[in-house]
Design a protein around this ligand. Structure first.
Ligand code: UDP
Ligand code: MG
Length: 138
């Protein structure tokens, strides 16, 4: 069993896509092991995305990520890191495959509805950023 962190970004929450995203996870046989809604401060968004701090889009991305509530989830299942990335689609929605969340709903390279961890190491760090072990249902 593997775990990954998923975030429904502020654009997804604002556009009433929580149910749609969760439905796609459940239909894919992914188990939701933890879930909560919160609003990141600018500092918290900067901490979450610190791997990107030198990138030109960092300032705008962290403004966006702190602009409204997000839904954070721990997803669990076999090969769930890659499975989630496949459901999400490419970072740039214009390159995302048909039927992926980003292809179907993203409006911008930045406002692309969902986040998903990209490796076991990042998944562990990102899950711990939002959840204590006690908050994750086994
Ligand atoms: N992003 C952006 N411009 C870019 C690349 C990325 O605004 O040129 C944003 C986008 O919201 C993306 C996030 O920064 O989801 C993190 O980038 P990453 O390369 O990690 O993409 P992801 O792992 O989310 O597909
Ligand atoms: Mg990434």
């Amino acid at each position: 069993m593997e775990r990954t962190l998923s975030i429904i970004k502020p654009d997804g929450v604002q556009r009433n896509l929580i149910g749609e995203v969760v439905k796609r996870f459940e239909k894919a046989g992914i188990r939701i092991a933890a879930m909560k809604m919160l609003r990141l401060t600018k500092q918290q968004a900067m901490g979450f995305y610190k791997v990107h701090q030198e990138r030109p889009f960092f300032e705008s991305l962290t403004d966006f990520m702190s602009s409204g509530p997000v839904v954070v989830m721990v997803l669990e299942g076999g090969d769930v890191i890659q499975k989630n990335r496949d459901l999400m689609g490419a970072t740039n929605y214009k390159e995302a495959a048909e039927g992926t969340i980003r292809h179907d709903f993203a409006t911008d390279i930045e406002k692309n509805v969902v986040h998903g961890s990209d490796s076991p190491a990042t998944a562990a760090t990102e899950i711990a950023y939002f959840f204590s072990e006690l908050e994750i249902c086994r």
